[in-house]
Design a binder for this molecule. Sequence first.
Ligand code: SF4
Length: 343
Amino acid sequence: MPNVPFSKILLSWFDQHGRKDLPWQRSGNPYHVWLSEIMLQQTQVVTVIPYFERFIAKFPDIDSLANAHIDAVLTLWAGLGYYARGRNLHHAAIAMQQSQGSNVPDDFKALMALPGIGRSTAGAILALAYGKPYPILDGNVRRVLARYDAIPAWPGEKTTELLLWQRAEQLLPEKRLKDYTQAQMDLGATVCKRSKPLCGICPLQSTCKAFQSESVTQYPVAKPKKVSPLRQSFWLVSLHKGAVLLEQRPDKGIWGGLWSFPAFENAQQLKQHLASHDGLVSLPQIRHIFTHFKLDITPILTQQKIPNAHSKQRWVKLEHVFKLALPAPVEKFITSQLVKRFL
Ligand code: SF4
């Protein structure tokens, strides 16, 4: 059905398969819709239902919630996780009591000004409680759209997210906003699931680009892994009569103020510090991982006595070396390579 609009397909699927009897749907009360939307953030419907029911039994309206002590709110929230949501809920109830006549606002800006409400939650409240034409982009909808349009970039990336919002807006129907919004959530939760989507029974399969190109598993595109740059360093490991040449590193930069071997960016630079290149031995490379880069260190051993190049260098007997503050890889290297061989 290539010419049937997305919303029409979704609405007729919803009429047959959508969820229409969730506790917060029965009343249509905006307070219930708001409460359920906050509880449903990062939490599944089945988990939310008993919490929701206990919550409205104890706090039947915005005033009772706003007037409650935060401890009473959090006690009822216990077990749902993400406790900031419970605290925000209480703050938002107080704000609605103070400035919205104890009502959930039906205005986008006013909703967005409340704690714990982002663009998607505001859109869901406006559509589900007031039937207004606002898009949502929760995890389910993001996934469905990313697959439906075969969007070739990670949805968490800013420009991709904006594109998804535009698309969500474009696909909105003119009528039945409440059902349409619920339908999107239901399709994502029950058919276009995160893993093993049930494409075989999906109403969108004839127009879904990912399904049509047999590439459903490639969408949504995963977050790109950060590739940290690789740097090289060459240590001049000068060992003479049981002592090693160490230098104290500058205060700023990696291993600031600690004692390490004189280090060079390449082997040529290192060799310039030696009178002779005879008897040099390259020891096994060490890889050290910093937060922003990886460092491959090649220790080059010489048994020549090298004059100190500056005041921060010192010859230290191997048995005294551990009294100095050493970076972990230096300590490990001395223990495994030098102490074993030369002490
Ligand atoms: Fe999701 Fe498959 Fe349906 Fe496409 S056809 S929307 S991938 S369930």
